[in-house]
Write a protein of this length. Structure first.
Length: 132
């Protein structure tokens, strides 16, 4: 299986785990749910779309210069976003707030923006130069 295929599989499996975590947490949270925690699963699935595109429409993209940079930046942004959503969800259920919490979303937006820019560059390089 290609690297985008493995990444897509990992993102889907992590989304399933987030779905289970959200439902189990709600069960032990006396029926209280948090929208932020519920949105972590679809957010991660949406962030798996670039890997699905590369897997099905651009085979061999992992050999193009810049793929590792895209992978690392995109995965960092996804981790920051999911972590921020989970923390905000836990704090919403507990009735608390943290001043640091908005920085998760600012950093996630910045890294995902850079990651999608690198993804666009990766698509323009596809077919021109491949690392062997």
């Amino acid at each position: 299986m290609s690297r985008p295929g493995r990444n897509l599989t990992a993102y889907v499996l992590l989304s399933v785990l987030l779905f289970l975590f959200d439902n189990i947490y709600a069960m032990f949270g006396h029926g209280v749910r948090s929208l932020s925690m519920t949105l972590a699963c679809p957010a991660l699935l949406a962030l798996a779309l670039p890997f699905a595109f590369l897997r099905f429409f651009r085979p061999g993209a992992e050999k193009v210069r810049g793929y590792r940079l895209f992978l690392n930046i995109h995965s960092t942004g996804a981790a920051l976003l999911v972590m921020g959503l989970l923390l905000r969800g836990v704090l919403e259920i507990a009735g608390g707030y943290s001043e640091i919490l908005p920085w998760y979303f600012v950093l996630a937006a910045a890294t995902l923006a850079v990651g999608f820019f690198e993804f666009a560059l990766l698509l323009t390089r596809y077919g021109h130069k491949r690392i062997k």
